[in-house]
Every structure is written in C-alpha cells, then in structure tokens.
Design a protein around this ligand. Structure first.
Ligand code: SF4
Length: 442
C-alpha cells in the first residue's frame, strides 16, 4: 500500500485540515507512514502567521529534494496558508514540488494527488470562495465520520472579516463563512456516537459565528445550546473569540450551560488603546476589561488566557508599559506572547516605524517574566482545590502518571489506573507549577 506523511505547522485549524487530508488520502488507499523517508507522498501543511514556520518549510523542502533525487516517484505537496500566499515563490525555489493545495481545497487533496501522479506536472488549486451577496453556500466539504477520539476539533467558521493590520489570515483563508448549524450539530452527534466527550469549536473569530447563513442568523450562544443538548458530549470549548463580538448572551451561555467549560481564550494583543487602533482591533482596553469583569462576576473560577504581541510598529516604551500594567491588572491565567513579526502583504509590514529586534526581544522577555509569575501565583493559590479532569491517558512528561485537563484547561498529572482513561474524575491539586498541577484522585 502506498504511504503518506503529513507535516503540520501552525494553529488548530491546520491540525484539523491535516486530519481531513489524512482521511481523504486513506479513502484512496493510502496508509500513514512513520517518517517522511518511508512515505510515497509527503505533504507540508504550512502556516504564514509568523516567519519561523515559513523558514522551516523551506528548509524541510531542501531535505525532501535530496530524498526525491533518490526516490523520484515520491510526490511532494505544499498545503495551508503559505501555499496559498507564496505559491509562486515555492514553484521558483522548489520546482520539484508536485502539488500546491490552497486553504479552501483540503477536500480536493485526493484528486490533486491523482492529477500530479498521472499527468506528471504540478497540480494546483488556489482559488478562494467569493462571498456572493449575504448568503454563503461555498463551505468546504468535510469528512464527518472520523476515527474515534476522546477530544475533537470542529470547525464552525472559515476565514475572517476583521483585517487586523498585522495579520495575513483574511488573505490566506478568505472572507468569513459560517458552516450551516445543522451540519455542525450532526458532526458533533456522530463524534459523540464514536466516543468523543470533548469538542473544541474552531473559528478565527469563533463568536461571530452565524452570520450569512441560509437559515438566518444563528447566534453563537444558540449554537452552544444546541451542542449542549447532545448526549455523550460532556465538554465544549471554543477558540478564539473576538472581544468586540463577546456579547452578554455568550457570557450567560458560559455561566448557564454546564457543558461549556470555564475557560475563555480572549486575545488582547496590546494593552494600549493607540496600538490597538493601529492594529485595527475593534475594541479598547476598557471594553476588554469590562468583558473580563463580567465573565469573572458571572462565572466563578473562570480561567482567562490571552494572546499578546509586543513591539508592534510604533510601540513606545510607555505603550509597552501600558501592556504590562493591563496584564498586572487583569491577571490572566496564561498567555501566548510574541514579538511582532512583519508579514509581507499586511499593512503593518509597510509601516515605517518598525521597532528594532533587540527592543522587541527585551520587551518580550519582560512580559514573559511578568506573566509567568502571575500564572504561578494563580496556580499556587489553587492548591487544595478539587478539579474535574477528563483523563486522556499516560502523561508524556512522566508515563507513570495519568494526565488530563481541568474544566479551566489546566493540565493535571496524577497517579491512577489506566482504566481511568476517557473518564471524568475529581482530582485534588497538591502541587502547582507554571504548566499546571500534580494532584491526587479523590
Ligand atoms: S481577527 Fe485579526 S488576528 Fe484574528 S484572524 Fe482575523 S485578522 Fe487575523
């Protein structure tokens, strides 16, 4: 049987796309290979959000070129955001690539592979769906009968309409399109039948879900209710919401639906209003803090995490200090923190007042130190508390222990029998760390 290997960079949406491509290849008789060296087809599912993964893709292509010289029948494909954005450059720098699969053509991966093999020439599909009028019908096809798993991602929305000045996603993934509600509910129902207990709803601005649907507007909070009604689904998460669209009905849904977990990942990006404006983020620090305040008031013990970029063009020392002050005030449970990386084709990359690399690195270091201290303090204050944990199986850190996540999305390691895997158990936190807790089953 021919074998394939998919290498994935980037976000959960990319992981999800890789799983879909895997299913489409298996449908055509391919089986997974352990390593690229053993594969007949190698797909690189790429990310363009930062520069590092793009560099890594080109260095991986260099390695694949050597493999292909020894094994000329090997098919090499590039998929994902970088394929969408830099197809010409890929063709020029890596003419041995056999297929380029745009972000909207995951379901066509099998057909493109066949075309590349039969015609012995580059097979490529890059067009993005246009949004014609108010209603969106061009939603990617999906395989919903998936391999059984405890936790699954469910995309509910594709593309983005927000156009933040630092972000390339609206160009690589197109305009915002919501999946029909009935399709999402059906997919979740089938996942539950195969044993999935936790679903994570995916979208670039997941809480703006539900516009432009044939069946009329379906608020995100309503979708959460419909999914909560499915037997077998025990936990619902979503990522990432956009602050401006975080309405009171969503806060009520988190507060009132027991299956919706007490964790919100809400990207702040900057703690300075002028920088937020330059980023074209459509909210102020005050509005952001108001949402956090309401969430904490309505949902006791909620964990709130965030994304922050430092060194955005023009960010002064004082503006950076504003970010530190907001982080001190809000006290996030955790954060993904980055130094700004200019993405060609975005407005921010054209801005003249770029911050020197050394300054960005220094700011990033200070922010990380502050956030790590806060995370440790928050976790330490919870020692002794009993958490509900969905047990995933042996811990990768220490296989003598089990690992799982709390409702608040904190990692818990504890001693227990393998038979607990897949179950929801109560675990007392005994010892706190930056990454989570060691605990004991109670
Ligand atoms: S909301 Fe902004 S950062 Fe997020 S995907 Fe859309 S454009 Fe990019």
């Amino acid at each position: 049987m021919p074998r394939y290997k998919i290498l994935t960079w980037g976000c959960q949406m990319n992981e999800e796309d890789s799983e879909q491509m895997s299913l489409y290849l298996q449908e055509r008789g391919y089986e997974p290979a352990e390593q690229v060296e053993d594969a007949d087809v190698v797909l690189l599912n790429t990310c363009s959000v930062r520069r590092k993964p793009e560099d890594k893709v080109f260095s991986t292509l260099g390695h694949l070129r050597q493999l292909k010289q020894r094994k000329p029948q090997m098919v090499i494909g590039v998929c994902g955001c970088m394929a969408q954005l830099r197809a010409d450059e890929i063709r020029q720098k890596a003419p041995f690539v056999d297929m380029i699969v745009g972000t909207a053509h995951v379901a066509q991966v099998g057909a493109l592979l066949e075309e590349a093999i039969q015609k012995r020439r580059l097979a490529m599909r890059l067009d993005l769906p246009e949004r014609k009028g108010a209603i969106v019908t061009d939603i990617p096809e999906r395989k919903v009968d998936r391999v059984p798993k405890l936790k699954a991602f469910v995309p509910i929305q594709y593309g983005c309409d927000k156009f933040c000045t630092f972000c390339i996603v609206p160009t690589t993934r197109g305009r915002e399109r919501s999946r029909p509600t009935a399709d999402i509910v059906e997919e979740a129902r089938r996942l539950a039948e195969r044993g999935t207990k936790e679903i994570t709803l995916l979208g670039q601005t997941v809480n703006s879900y539900g516009k432009n649907l044939l069946e009329g507007r379906v608020p995100f909070a309503r979708l959460l209710k419909l999914l909560s009604d499915i037997d077998g689904i025990e936990r619902i998460r979503f990522t990432s919401p956009y602050p401006r669209d975080f309405r009171d009905d969503l806060i009520s849904a988190i507060a009132e639906l027991p299956k919706v977990m007490e964790h919100v990942h809400l990207p702040l990006q900057s703690g300075d209003n002028d920088i937020l404006k330059a980023m074209r983020r459509l909210y102020t620090v005050e509005q952001f803090e108001e949402i956090v305040g309401k969430l904490r008031e309505r949902v006791p013990n909620i964990a709130i995490t965030t994304d922050i970029i430092v060194g955005f063009p023009g960010e002064t020392d004082e503006q950076f200090e504003n970010t530190l002050r907001v982080v001190e005030r809000i006290r996030f449970d955790g954060a993904f923190m980055f130094a700004y990386s200019p993405r060609p084709g975005t407005p921010a990359a054209q801005m003249e007042n770029q911050v020197p690399r050394a300054v960005k690195q220094e700011r990033l270091q200070r922010l990380i130190e502050l956030q790590n201290r806060i995370t440790c303090e928050i976790n330490s204050a919870q020692v002794g508390r009993v958490f509900e944990v969905l047990v995933e199986g042996p811990s990768q850190k220490d296989p003598t222990k089990l690992a799982g996540f709390t409702r608040e999305n904190k990692m818990m390691h504890f001693v227990g029998g393998r038979e607990l895997a897949g179950q929801i158990v109560r675990v007392r936190a005994d010892e706190a760390h930056l990454w989570g807790f060691y605990g004991t089953v109670v």
